[in-house]
Design a protein around this ligand. Structure first.
Ligand SMILES: Cc1cc2nc3c(=O)[nH]c(=O)nc-3n(C[C@H](O)[C@H](O)[C@H](O)COP(=O)(O)OP(=O)(O)OC[C@H]3O[C@@H](n4cnc5c(N)ncnc54)[C@H](O)[C@@H]3O)c2cc1C
Length: 378
């Protein structure tokens, strides 16, 4: 399936988060007349609530392919982004608590090196040289040098500025009520027609495209006062992999990020809970976990805590491609905790499909039509 843009085809992107913004820019670059519609401001959904860790993950071959490809696209984009993108090429350290987790470090290192992803195994001595505030007694870790940290809302805004420079339109504070073939209906009754419609509405994408296998998965983050050099890398416990991928129940994991301001972002939690309210029980667990790994965190002062919603799919992969339900409708949603990382690859793979181009990586694992498969019903 491909769209003929020779006659100046038009595209409507629903959602001005990082995924919608990346899709809009890719469509504008491909020659579409693009309109972006968002019920709120640019980048005000999960894009504002997340951590901005651009990270290669290897829970499945398809996840590794998508995160790796996207990280390569981020490396290119980071050369042109403005200072407000707050890029820190700090790398990730996966922290191993014991010998069992060091075995996982070895497995991960082997897998990454197969994909030519540079990484270094850290023994305990080297770990404490790099991150002296970690608690004594940890076994070591794995350093992934090319992972980075960005500030997603300003990047979404930068992308949409490029879209408007190319003649596109961005309509914020404009709610889409429903989607029809080649048309969206706004809450004020206006109809916007487009050859291509992209549902990039994040965790609430199923409200516009009923039947999508996406559930809201709440997360909390805390930001501290300024403590420059308190941590120097994004630090994640290897146990994070277990907590991020257990299919139900509440979980917390040690996940701390340095910001260019000297502040620390402390996470993270996962819950299937649709209330926006801060859950003090889970925040207390999250803080306790952080202090377990970094006792000096107990002395820091926090300035804010907030929640956001990840868009979780049963097989932990996003939906990128044509909607089986509606002619002219394309999906770019379901990115769970990796949507900042995978936004750029999502946009490229989506527009490749729209244009009938061959993609750099196979698109099959992300096609919405896989909804019929068993992996999507767990
Ligand atoms: C606590 C937390 C930490 C995270 N950390 C990371 C991380 O470190 N790295 C990473 O890669 N990812 C991370 N993520 C995930 C990442 O934030 C998301 O996957 C990503 O932001 C999804 O972007 P999006 O554009 O799909 O969704 P959103 O940013 O939610 O954008 C969707 C937009 O659609 C709009 N919208 C919805 N319905 C309508 C409608 N009917 N009409 C008009 N507009 C509509 C919304 O207003 C919203 O602006 C984290 C998420 C959370 C919650």
């Amino acid at each position: 399936m491909s769209t003929d843009i020779s006659a100046g085809a038009s595209a409507i992107v629903i959602g001005a988060g990082i995924v919608g913004a990346a899709c809009a820019l890719e469509l504008a670059d491909a020659g579409f007349a693009v309109t972006v519609v968002d019920a709120g401001p640019v980048g005000g959904g999960a894009t504002a609530a997340g951590m901005g860790h651009v990270v290669v993950m290897d829970d499945s071959p398809a996840q590794l392919a998508l995160t790796r490809y996207s990280q390569q696209l981020w490396t290119q984009l980071q050369t042109v982004l403005p200072p407000q993108a707050e890029i820190m090429r700090c790398g990730t350290i996966w922290v191993a608590a014991d010998a069992e987790e060091m075995a996982e470090v070895e497995r991960k290192r082997h897998r990454y090196l197969e994909e030519q992803i540079p990484c270094d195994v850290l023994d305990a001595g080297r770990l404490y040289q790099l991150e002296p505030n970690l608690r004594p007694g940890l076994a070591g870790g794995l350093l992934i040098q090319q992972d980075s940290v960005v500030y997603p809302p300003t990047i979404a805004a930068w992308m949409l500025d490029r879209v408007t420079e190319k003649g596109g339109t961005v309509r914020t504070h404009t709610q889409v009520d429903r989607v029809e073939p080649h048309c969206v209906i706004l809450s004020n009754g206006d109809r916007l027609a487009g050859d291509v419609i992209v549902n990039a509405a994040g965790a609430v994408a199923p409200r516009l495209t009923p039947g999508l296998h996406i559930k809201q998965r709440k997360g909390h983050l805390i930001i501290t006062d300024r403590y420059p050099n308190f941590v120097r890398h994004q630090l994640v416990e290897l146990g994070y992999l277990k907590s991020a991928h257990q299919s139900d129940g509440d979980s917390v994991a040690f996940n701390v990020q340095p910001r260019p301001s000297g502040q620390l972002l402390i996470g993270s939690s996962r819950q299937y809970d649709e209330s926006r309210a801060v859950d003090h029980v889970i925040v207390a667990k999250m803080v306790a976990r952080a202090i377990e790994y970094m006792p000096a965190i107990a002395e820091l002062s926090a300035t804010r805590v907030w929640t956001g919603f990840r868009a979780a799919t049963p097989d932990k992969l996003p939906l990128i491609g044509p909607s089986p339900a509606n002619d002219g409708l394309w999906l770019a949603a379901g990115h769970e905790g990796l949507g900042i990382t995978t936004s750029l690859a999502t946009a490229r793979l989506l527009v490749d499909q729209i244009m009938g181009r061959t993609s750099a990586i196979p698109v099959a694992p992300y096609l919405p039509s896989r909804a019929a498969s068993e992996a999507m019903h767990v």
